[in-house]
Ligand binder design. Structure first.
Ligand SMILES: Nc1ncnc2c1ncn2[C@@H]1O[C@H](COP(=O)(O)OP(=O)(O)OP(=O)(O)O)[C@@H](O)[C@H]1O
Length: 299
Protein backbone atom coordinates (compact mmCIF):
# COMPACT_ATOMS: atom_id res chain seq x y z
CA UNK A 1 0.00 0.00 0.00
CA UNK A 2 1.05 3.58 -0.52
CA UNK A 3 1.29 5.60 2.70
CA UNK A 4 1.61 9.04 1.14
CA UNK A 5 0.51 10.32 -2.23
CA UNK A 6 0.91 13.94 -3.29
CA UNK A 7 -0.14 15.35 -6.62
CA UNK A 8 1.21 18.65 -7.87
CA UNK A 9 1.41 19.86 -4.27
CA UNK A 10 2.45 23.49 -3.81
CA UNK A 11 2.97 25.82 -0.88
CA UNK A 12 3.52 29.48 -1.57
CA UNK A 13 4.62 31.97 1.06
CA UNK A 14 4.72 35.70 0.37
CA UNK A 15 8.00 35.65 -1.48
CA UNK A 16 8.86 32.03 -2.16
CA UNK A 17 7.40 28.93 -3.63
CA UNK A 18 8.49 26.71 -0.75
CA UNK A 19 7.02 23.71 -2.59
CA UNK A 20 6.34 23.76 -6.26
CA UNK A 21 4.46 20.95 -7.99
CA UNK A 22 5.52 18.01 -5.80
CA UNK A 23 4.16 14.67 -7.00
CA UNK A 24 5.23 11.66 -4.95
CA UNK A 25 4.10 8.22 -3.86
CA UNK A 26 5.77 6.82 -0.73
CA UNK A 27 5.25 3.13 -0.05
CA UNK A 28 4.26 2.01 3.44
CA UNK A 29 6.63 0.10 5.73
CA UNK A 30 9.78 1.64 4.37
CA UNK A 31 12.33 4.17 5.61
CA UNK A 32 12.28 7.08 3.19
CA UNK A 33 15.00 9.71 3.18
CA UNK A 34 13.87 13.27 2.52
CA UNK A 35 16.98 15.15 1.52
CA UNK A 36 17.68 18.63 0.28
CA UNK A 37 19.82 21.66 0.87
CA UNK A 38 18.81 24.35 3.36
CA UNK A 39 15.50 25.91 2.35
CA UNK A 40 14.72 23.13 -0.17
CA UNK A 41 11.21 22.63 1.26
CA UNK A 42 11.62 19.50 3.44
CA UNK A 43 10.03 20.88 6.60
CA UNK A 44 7.29 22.53 4.57
CA UNK A 45 6.40 19.20 2.97
CA UNK A 46 6.28 17.45 6.36
CA UNK A 47 4.13 20.25 7.81
CA UNK A 48 1.69 19.89 4.93
CA UNK A 49 1.55 16.12 5.34
CA UNK A 50 0.80 16.49 9.06
CA UNK A 51 -1.85 19.15 8.54
CA UNK A 52 0.14 21.92 10.22
CA UNK A 53 0.04 24.24 7.23
CA UNK A 54 -2.35 24.41 4.30
CA UNK A 55 -1.42 23.72 0.71
CA UNK A 56 -1.70 26.53 -1.82
CA UNK A 57 -2.68 24.04 -4.51
CA UNK A 58 -2.49 20.36 -5.39
CA UNK A 59 -3.69 17.40 -3.36
CA UNK A 60 -2.40 14.82 -0.90
CA UNK A 61 -3.49 11.61 0.72
CA UNK A 62 -1.88 10.40 3.93
CA UNK A 63 -2.73 6.90 5.21
CA UNK A 64 -5.71 6.98 2.90
CA UNK A 65 -7.13 10.35 3.96
CA UNK A 66 -6.64 14.09 3.99
CA UNK A 67 -4.48 14.89 7.06
CA UNK A 68 -6.01 18.32 7.68
CA UNK A 69 -7.94 18.20 10.97
CA UNK A 70 -8.35 14.47 10.51
CA UNK A 71 -8.03 12.71 13.89
CA UNK A 72 -7.96 9.25 12.29
CA UNK A 73 -4.85 10.15 10.30
CA UNK A 74 -3.15 12.37 12.87
CA UNK A 75 -3.48 9.83 15.70
CA UNK A 76 -1.42 7.46 13.56
CA UNK A 77 1.20 10.08 12.78
CA UNK A 78 4.20 11.26 14.80
CA UNK A 79 6.09 14.36 13.72
CA UNK A 80 9.40 14.87 15.50
CA UNK A 81 10.91 18.28 14.93
CA UNK A 82 14.15 19.67 16.24
CA UNK A 83 12.49 23.01 16.90
CA UNK A 84 9.73 21.53 19.10
CA UNK A 85 8.70 24.06 21.80
CA UNK A 86 7.48 23.04 25.26
CA UNK A 87 5.82 25.03 28.06
CA UNK A 88 8.35 26.47 30.57
CA UNK A 89 7.17 24.25 33.40
CA UNK A 90 7.48 21.01 31.43
CA UNK A 91 9.88 18.19 32.27
CA UNK A 92 10.61 15.28 29.91
CA UNK A 93 8.39 13.09 32.06
CA UNK A 94 5.41 15.35 31.22
CA UNK A 95 6.08 15.02 27.50
CA UNK A 96 6.37 11.26 27.77
CA UNK A 97 3.11 11.06 29.76
CA UNK A 98 1.26 13.10 27.12
CA UNK A 99 2.77 11.02 24.32
CA UNK A 100 1.71 7.82 26.10
CA UNK A 101 -1.90 9.06 26.05
CA UNK A 102 -1.75 10.38 22.50
CA UNK A 103 -0.32 7.41 20.60
CA UNK A 104 -2.40 4.23 20.57
CA UNK A 105 0.66 2.01 20.00
CA UNK A 106 2.88 3.65 22.64
CA UNK A 107 5.28 1.17 24.28
CA UNK A 108 6.13 2.38 27.80
CA UNK A 109 8.73 -0.32 28.47
CA UNK A 110 10.54 0.63 25.26
CA UNK A 111 10.32 4.35 26.19
CA UNK A 112 11.89 3.55 29.58
CA UNK A 113 14.73 1.65 27.91
CA UNK A 114 15.36 4.52 25.49
CA UNK A 115 15.34 7.07 28.34
CA UNK A 116 18.06 5.05 30.01
CA UNK A 117 20.05 4.53 26.83
CA UNK A 118 20.01 8.24 25.94
CA UNK A 119 20.57 9.17 29.61
CA UNK A 120 17.63 11.56 29.67
CA UNK A 121 17.10 13.38 32.99
CA UNK A 122 13.33 12.96 32.94
CA UNK A 123 12.62 15.12 36.00
CA UNK A 124 14.70 18.16 35.04
CA UNK A 125 12.93 21.21 33.56
CA UNK A 126 13.11 21.00 29.77
CA UNK A 127 14.33 24.59 29.53
CA UNK A 128 17.45 23.47 31.46
CA UNK A 129 18.29 20.57 29.16
CA UNK A 130 21.20 20.55 26.76
CA UNK A 131 20.48 20.56 22.99
CA UNK A 132 21.38 16.90 22.75
CA UNK A 133 19.04 16.00 25.63
CA UNK A 134 16.25 17.98 23.91
CA UNK A 135 16.80 15.95 20.76
CA UNK A 136 16.72 12.84 22.95
CA UNK A 137 13.14 13.60 24.02
CA UNK A 138 12.03 13.74 20.38
CA UNK A 139 13.80 10.51 19.57
CA UNK A 140 12.21 8.66 22.51
CA UNK A 141 8.75 9.94 21.54
CA UNK A 142 9.29 9.20 17.84
CA UNK A 143 10.43 5.64 18.44
CA UNK A 144 8.26 4.57 21.40
CA UNK A 145 5.09 5.98 19.78
CA UNK A 146 5.35 3.21 17.14
CA UNK A 147 3.15 5.46 15.01
CA UNK A 148 2.34 3.84 11.66
CA UNK A 149 3.69 7.00 10.03
CA UNK A 150 6.64 8.76 11.69
CA UNK A 151 8.33 11.91 10.44
CA UNK A 152 11.77 12.74 11.83
CA UNK A 153 12.78 16.25 10.76
CA UNK A 154 16.50 16.51 11.54
CA UNK A 155 15.96 14.85 14.92
CA UNK A 156 19.64 14.70 15.82
CA UNK A 157 20.62 18.36 16.31
CA UNK A 158 22.88 18.59 19.33
CA UNK A 159 23.39 14.82 19.46
CA UNK A 160 27.01 13.72 19.39
CA UNK A 161 28.20 11.07 16.93
CA UNK A 162 27.77 8.23 19.45
CA UNK A 163 24.19 9.23 20.28
CA UNK A 164 23.35 9.61 16.58
CA UNK A 165 24.67 6.09 15.99
CA UNK A 166 22.47 4.88 18.85
CA UNK A 167 19.47 6.54 17.23
CA UNK A 168 20.16 4.87 13.86
CA UNK A 169 20.65 1.48 15.55
CA UNK A 170 17.43 1.81 17.54
CA UNK A 171 15.48 2.97 14.48
CA UNK A 172 16.68 0.08 12.36
CA UNK A 173 16.20 -2.53 15.07
CA UNK A 174 12.73 -1.34 16.10
CA UNK A 175 11.68 -0.87 12.46
CA UNK A 176 12.59 -4.51 11.77
CA UNK A 177 10.40 -5.71 14.64
CA UNK A 178 7.57 -3.20 14.13
CA UNK A 179 7.49 -2.21 10.46
CA UNK A 180 6.08 1.25 9.86
CA UNK A 181 6.50 4.12 7.46
CA UNK A 182 9.31 6.47 8.39
CA UNK A 183 10.23 9.71 6.64
CA UNK A 184 13.62 10.91 7.79
CA UNK A 185 14.97 14.32 6.88
CA UNK A 186 18.67 14.78 7.51
CA UNK A 187 21.82 16.50 6.35
CA UNK A 188 24.01 13.63 7.64
CA UNK A 189 23.50 11.74 4.41
CA UNK A 190 26.40 9.31 4.64
CA UNK A 191 25.43 8.33 8.19
CA UNK A 192 21.92 7.28 7.17
CA UNK A 193 22.58 6.00 3.65
CA UNK A 194 22.44 2.35 4.76
CA UNK A 195 19.12 2.86 6.56
CA UNK A 196 17.25 4.30 3.61
CA UNK A 197 15.31 2.20 1.14
CA UNK A 198 14.02 5.10 -0.87
CA UNK A 199 15.21 8.66 -1.32
CA UNK A 200 13.52 11.88 -2.33
CA UNK A 201 15.72 14.88 -2.98
CA UNK A 202 13.97 18.24 -2.96
CA UNK A 203 15.65 21.24 -4.48
CA UNK A 204 14.14 24.72 -4.57
CA UNK A 205 10.73 23.26 -3.83
CA UNK A 206 10.78 20.66 -6.60
CA UNK A 207 11.52 16.95 -6.69
CA UNK A 208 15.02 16.54 -8.07
CA UNK A 209 15.25 12.79 -7.47
CA UNK A 210 12.75 10.13 -6.39
CA UNK A 211 14.34 6.68 -6.43
CA UNK A 212 14.97 3.48 -4.53
CA UNK A 213 18.47 3.40 -3.07
CA UNK A 214 19.14 0.11 -4.91
CA UNK A 215 18.68 1.89 -8.22
CA UNK A 216 20.95 4.72 -7.10
CA UNK A 217 23.90 2.43 -6.60
CA UNK A 218 23.70 1.65 -10.29
CA UNK A 219 23.04 5.23 -11.35
CA UNK A 220 26.58 6.54 -11.34
CA UNK A 221 30.15 5.32 -11.02
CA UNK A 222 33.57 6.73 -10.35
CA UNK A 223 36.53 5.65 -12.46
CA UNK A 224 40.15 6.43 -11.74
CA UNK A 225 43.49 5.68 -13.33
CA UNK A 226 45.95 7.23 -15.78
CA UNK A 227 44.64 10.60 -16.99
CA UNK A 228 44.93 9.60 -20.67
CA UNK A 229 42.95 6.41 -20.05
CA UNK A 230 40.26 8.30 -18.14
CA UNK A 231 40.01 10.89 -20.94
CA UNK A 232 39.69 8.12 -23.52
CA UNK A 233 36.99 6.43 -21.46
CA UNK A 234 35.05 9.70 -21.14
CA UNK A 235 35.29 10.56 -24.84
CA UNK A 236 32.29 12.70 -25.74
CA UNK A 237 30.59 12.26 -22.37
CA UNK A 238 29.94 14.95 -19.76
CA UNK A 239 31.17 13.73 -16.34
CA UNK A 240 29.50 14.87 -13.13
CA UNK A 241 32.96 15.49 -11.74
CA UNK A 242 36.46 15.25 -13.17
CA UNK A 243 39.68 15.84 -11.26
CA UNK A 244 43.27 15.52 -12.37
CA UNK A 245 46.30 15.14 -10.17
CA UNK A 246 49.52 14.95 -12.19
CA UNK A 247 49.27 11.98 -14.50
CA UNK A 248 46.27 10.51 -12.64
CA UNK A 249 42.60 11.40 -12.94
CA UNK A 250 39.26 10.55 -11.39
CA UNK A 251 35.86 11.02 -13.01
CA UNK A 252 32.31 10.45 -11.79
CA UNK A 253 29.65 9.95 -14.41
CA UNK A 254 26.06 8.82 -14.87
CA UNK A 255 26.32 5.10 -15.59
CA UNK A 256 25.38 3.39 -18.84
CA UNK A 257 25.10 -0.32 -19.54
CA UNK A 258 28.50 -1.81 -20.17
CA UNK A 259 30.44 0.97 -18.42
CA UNK A 260 31.95 -1.27 -15.76
CA UNK A 261 33.25 -3.77 -18.29
CA UNK A 262 34.60 -1.02 -20.56
CA UNK A 263 36.31 0.71 -17.61
CA UNK A 264 37.92 -2.54 -16.49
CA UNK A 265 39.12 -3.28 -19.99
CA UNK A 266 40.62 0.22 -20.10
CA UNK A 267 42.58 -0.60 -16.93
CA UNK A 268 40.63 1.84 -14.75
CA UNK A 269 39.62 1.33 -11.13
CA UNK A 270 35.89 1.53 -10.44
CA UNK A 271 34.21 2.59 -7.22
CA UNK A 272 30.54 3.13 -6.40
CA UNK A 273 29.28 6.67 -5.84
CA UNK A 274 28.03 7.39 -2.35
CA UNK A 275 24.57 8.85 -1.80
CA UNK A 276 26.24 11.93 -0.34
CA UNK A 277 28.40 12.40 -3.46
CA UNK A 278 25.42 11.91 -5.74
CA UNK A 279 23.42 14.42 -3.69
CA UNK A 280 26.18 17.01 -3.96
CA UNK A 281 26.53 16.43 -7.72
CA UNK A 282 22.80 16.67 -8.40
CA UNK A 283 22.08 19.71 -6.26
CA UNK A 284 25.17 21.56 -7.46
CA UNK A 285 24.29 20.90 -11.09
CA UNK A 286 20.73 22.07 -10.47
CA UNK A 287 21.90 25.23 -8.69
CA UNK A 288 23.93 26.31 -11.69
CA UNK A 289 20.99 25.59 -14.01
CA UNK A 290 18.39 27.61 -12.06
CA UNK A 291 18.04 30.65 -9.81
CA UNK A 292 18.61 30.05 -6.07
CA UNK A 293 15.05 31.03 -5.12
CA UNK A 294 11.96 30.54 -7.21
CA UNK A 295 10.22 33.89 -7.28
CA UNK A 296 6.45 33.92 -7.03
CA UNK A 297 4.85 35.07 -10.23
CA UNK A 298 2.84 38.21 -9.62
CA UNK A 299 -0.64 38.20 -11.09
N1 LIG B 1 6.32 30.60 7.46
C1 LIG B 1 7.08 30.92 6.42
N2 LIG B 1 6.99 32.14 5.85
C2 LIG B 1 7.75 32.48 4.77
N3 LIG B 1 8.64 31.66 4.19
C3 LIG B 1 8.78 30.43 4.73
C4 LIG B 1 8.02 30.00 5.86
N4 LIG B 1 8.38 28.73 6.15
C5 LIG B 1 9.33 28.37 5.24
N5 LIG B 1 9.57 29.41 4.40
C6 LIG B 1 10.52 29.40 3.26
O1 LIG B 1 10.23 28.26 2.47
C7 LIG B 1 11.42 27.67 1.97
C8 LIG B 1 11.47 26.21 2.40
O2 LIG B 1 11.68 26.15 3.80
P1 LIG B 1 11.77 24.78 4.60
O3 LIG B 1 11.86 25.11 6.05
O4 LIG B 1 10.68 23.90 4.15
O5 LIG B 1 13.17 24.21 4.08
P2 LIG B 1 14.03 22.96 4.58
O6 LIG B 1 14.32 22.14 3.37
O7 LIG B 1 13.35 22.29 5.72
O8 LIG B 1 15.38 23.68 5.05
P3 LIG B 1 16.46 23.32 6.21
O9 LIG B 1 17.24 22.13 5.73
O10 LIG B 1 17.31 24.56 6.24
O11 LIG B 1 15.71 23.07 7.49
C9 LIG B 1 12.57 28.51 2.52
O12 LIG B 1 12.96 29.44 1.52
C10 LIG B 1 11.96 29.21 3.71
O13 LIG B 1 12.59 30.45 3.95
Amino acid sequence: MTAIVTTDLAKRYAEVNALDGVTLALEEHRIHGLLGRNGAGKTTLMKLLTGQVFASSGSMEVLGGDPVENVDVLSQTAFIQESQKYPDTFRPIDVLRIAAGAYPKWDQAYADRLVERFQLPTKRLIKKLSRGQLSGIGIVVGLASRAPLTFFDEPYLGLDAVARRMFYDELLHDFAEHPRTVVLSTHHIDEVANLLEHVVILDQGKVLLDADTDELHDAALTVSGRADDVDAFLAGREPLEHTRLGSLATATLAARDGDERAAREAGLDISPVSLQALFVHLTTANASATDPATPVATA
